[in-house]
Design a protein around this ligand. Structure first.
Ligand code: S3P
Length: 426
């Protein structure tokens, strides 16, 4: 599906952001380990989470869809050996977290994915899992791979990466391993696994950047998933850069290990207010008011990077409109996402007229540049590149085309409807 994006009138009104992708994956997978029934309310309907749901069904869970917002996962007879290979689609989270679950089962399984996922690095989880006693057949640490279920032993692992996927994989393996597993990361990555483990009664302890887990059984309990800050990010930046905008984005998860974008956009002089702060299933949630602002440049590096890693493409769009030079460093893992997001963002924003250069681990962006548009954007089969380009298109002087925009369905099938809801075109 190719779409055209035109220069936007002010964005106004209020929208509710759909459920968080990271938390939905965890709700589905952790429910599959409870041996009981879990009701999940407000789950993500993106293709990535549906890949996870299909896999837990193949592993013996019964799924009952109650209505548009709720489903029940009955894991009474799970997990059991799947009769066919498990399709992770485009989803790195599905792959890496499921590897942590499947490595310790008393059956074998096989994972595969689409062309993009089959190029992504899995050594980051294979190496520590092998240290725990896991057994894989793989080709150069990539999908497809076979998992020979084995009994695992706890380890102490110092991860070179601050990655929630690696951390969650090892903690899931540790939940079913002999002894204690301790995972330490250089900076704190998103902690949804730790919070949901606590919520579901796992034997877990958090000490600074370390998490310690002992073999334990997750208890069935109902989970309500809050809205996805990574999806809200596109609307936050859109409202900041489209003159005279004023919107409210409701029900957004603001967990501090995820919400680096709020801190950065505020430091850039963004007019952002958190309203009605509350806790839902162990996660902090707020409604967010965002108004058009004269942005100024900033530097983004170090410990904040893992807390906004998925938002960097759209932060780069904001930086094209900020006064001064924005520098983004230490984000080299962006090259290992659904696409090489450093090169993709640079190439596509340059096409629109932005002054942006790539470095090995980030960007240098000279802001206050009018975006011209009048070009066709590629999204590299990457949902976040597609949506970042859309946001940039809202301020281009001339319309832009975006090829293969259907990739947004990976995380955010509701994106265009919500954009329409705050548009003031009549
Ligand atoms: C995720 C962690 C991040 C993020 C991804 C989702 C998760 O990946 O980019 O979209 O749900 O744990 P890394 O852990 O590889 O940084």
């Amino acid at each position: 599906m190719n779409i055209t994006v035109n220069k936007s009138l002010p964005l106004k009104g209020s929208i509710e952001i759909p459920a968080d992708k990271s938390i939905t994956h965890r709700a589905f997978m952790f429910a599959s380990l409870t041996k009981g029934k879990v009701k999940v309310t407000n789950y993500s309907k993106g293709a990535d989470c549906l890949s996870t749901l299909k896999i837990i069904e193949q592993l013996g869970c019964k799924i009952e869809i109650l209505n548009d917002k709720e489903l029940i996962i009955d894991a009474t007879n799970a997990l059991k050996e799947p009769s066919s290979p498990l399709d992770c689609g485009n989803s790195g989270t599905t792959t890496r977290l499921m590897m942590g679950i499947l490595a310790s089962q008393n059956f074998d399984s096989e994972l595969f994915g689409d062309a993009s996922l089959s190029k992504r690095p899995m050594k980051r989880v294979i190496a520590p899992l092998e240290e725990m006693g896991a057994n894989f057949n793989h080709n150069d640490f990539k999908l497809p791979l076979k998992i020979n279920g084995s009994e695992l032993n706890g380890i102490e692992y110092n991860s070179p990466l601050a990655s929630a996927q690696v951390k969650s994989c090892i903690l899931l393996a540790g939940l079913n391993a002999k002894g204690t597993t301790k995972f330490t990361e250089p900076y704190k990555s998103r902690n949804h696994t730790e919070l949901m483990f606590e919520y579901m009664g796992a034997d877990i302890k958090v000490e600074n950047n370390s998490v310690i887990v002992n073999k334990s059984q997750l208890k069935p309990c109902d989970i309500t998933v809050c809205g996805d800050i990574s999806s809200a990010a596109f609307f936050m930046v859109a409202a900041l850069i489209v003159p005279d905008s004023d919107i409210i984005i409701k029900n957004v998860g603001i967990n501090e290990t995820r919400a680096g974008i709020i801190e950065v956009l505020k430091a850039m002089n963004g007019n952002i207010k958190l309203l009605n702060e509350r806790i839902i299933s162990g996660e902090k949630v707020a409604d967010i008011q965002v108004k058009y602002s004269q942005l100024k440049a900033t530097t983004i590096e170090g410990a904040i990077i893992p807390t906004l890693i998925d938002e960097i493409p759209v932060i780069a769009v904001a930086a094209t409109q900020a006064n001064g030079t924005t520098i983004i460093k230490n984000a080299q893992d962006l090259r290992n996402k659904e696409a090489d997001r450093i090169t993709a963002v640079k190439v596509e924003l340059q096409k629109l007229g932005a002054d942006i250069e790539e470095t090995a681990d980030g960007f240098i962006i000279n802001g206050k540049k009018d975006l011209i548009g009048n070009t066709t954007i590629e999204c590299y089969h990457d949902h976040r590149i597609a949506m970042s380009a859309y946001v940039a298109g809202l301020i281009c002087k001339k319309p832009i085309e975006i090829n293969e925009f259907q990739w947004v369905d990976i995380s955010f099938p509701e994106f265009l409807d919500l954009m329409k809801a705050i548009s003031t075109y009549k």
